[in-house]
Structures are given as structure tokens and as C-alpha cells.
Design a protein around this ligand. Structure first.
Ligand code: MN
Length: 209
């Protein structure tokens, strides 16, 4: 995935229907091809009009927006955040592969939350608690696993947290299939978490990469 201007909406790493029956094909088209595309287009337009931003990476934009001129702060925060959060979400899910595999991350989760089911319960209630639109995240907080939430398109990066897993709980992420049943969507999403990818992210953070 390219990390500097001009940003490109790369293809999903799986087919649109690959997450059925948990996340439906129509939602994946809408979410990736329209919602993410809009964030990418708006971010590119914004940078085009403000060439001083041209050489900043996506992550840099997400760290420096509070220091930008006032008129740029909100648009950079929302659009760079929208690109980062959506890419992280789409790259973090995959066709269902059955049980949660044993890995360094699963062991760390069991250690931190006492067992996987406790983690799942806490993660679900965090994702349900997001009022309006936002995300729930599993992050590393200086080496310690923690569940957190963000509003709108904010990211945990600005708080110095390192993301491992995120779920998009904006209604556009589930409304077509799950209607207003966010809890049912969260339950389904648990089946398509890409654990090998999450474990790679976790190991990279632990290695300080
Ligand atoms: Mn979304």
C-alpha cells in the first residue's frame, strides 16, 4: 500500500465475497470502493491544494495535524485518518480460517485478559460503546495490550499507541447486512479477523519495527 501522495486505493487482498457469510459482498464493494475511495480522493485533493504536505507520509500526517494551520487540521485529521483506519481494517480481515491460532499474540492476549473469551467480551463491549461512528482497537500501550476506542476517523497513533487489530463500527460497515444490529456484526467480524496478520503486527511492535 502506498504511503505518500498520491494515495492509491489498492485492491483488497481477497475477493469481495471472500468474507461471506460474515461480511457480505455488497458491503465490501460499498465500503472499499466508495467509502475508502472517497477518503483517498479527498486526501489527494487536499494535498494537491496544499503542496507543503506533499512529502509527508500517511503516518506523519496523522502525527502532525495538530501543528498544521487551523484550516487544514480537521480535513487532514479526518481524511488521513479515514485512509489509515480503513486500510488497517481491510488488511486485518481475511477469509475465515476456523479457530484462533496459537501464536505469540494469542498467548499475550490470554496473559493480559486472563483468557480469550474475557478478551472477546471486553472487546465487544468496547466496540458497542462507541457512540455514533468510530472504531474499537486492540493496541500495544508501550508493550502492554489494551483495548481502546476512537471517534470518527481518529487514530490511536496520536496517543502513542501501536495498533494491532481494529473494527470499523461506522454504520456503513454493517448496515446493509446487519441493519442496526451492531452486536451481530461484531460477533460475525470475530470470525474474519486475520490472526496471522495481527500476530505479525504484534511481533513488529515488540521488535520495535
Ligand atoms: Mn468505514
Amino acid at each position: 500500500m502506498n504511503n505518500t501522495y498520491p494515495f492509491v486505493n489498492g485492491p483488497l487482498p481477497y475477493e469481495y465475497d471472500a468474507l461471506e457469510p460474515f461480511i457480505d459482498e455488497k458491503t465490501m464493494h460499498l465500503h472499499h470502493d466508495r467509502h475508502l475511495q472517497t477518503y483517498i480522493d479527498n486526501l489527494n485533493k487536499l494535498i494537491e491544494q496544499n503542496p507543503a504536505l506533499k512529502n509527508l507520509s500517511l503516518k506523519t500526517l496523522l502525527h502532525v495535524w495538530p501543528q498544521l494551520p487551523a484550516r487544514l487540521r480537521i480535513p487532514v485529521r479526518n481524511n488521513a485518518g479515514g485512509v489509515y483506519n480503513h486500510r488497517f481494517f481491510f488488511e486485518g480481515i481475511a477469509p475465515p480460517c476456523g479457530d484462533t491460532p496459537e501464536c505469540a499474540l494469542s498467548h499475550a492476549i490470554e496473559k493480559q485478559f486472563s483468557c480469550f473469551d474475557k478478551f472477546k467480551e471486553q472487546f465487544k463491549s468496547a466496540a458497542l460503546s462507541v457512540f455514533g461512528s468510530g472504531y474499537a482497537w486492540l493496541v500495544s500501550d508501550r508493550g502492554r495490550l489494551r483495548i481502546t476506542t476512537t471517534a470518527n476517523q481518529d487514530t490511536p497513533l496520536i496517543k502513542g499507541l501501536s495498533p494491532i487489530i481494529n473494527i470499523d463500527v461506522w454504520e456503513h460497515a454493517y448496515y446493509l447486512k446487519h441493519c442496526n444490529e451492531r452486536a451481530a456484526y461484531i460477533e460475525d467480524w470475530f470470525n474474519v479477523i486475520d490472526w496471522p496478520r495481527a500476530n505479525e503486527r504484534f511481533l513488529d511492535i515488540m521488535r520495535g519495527a
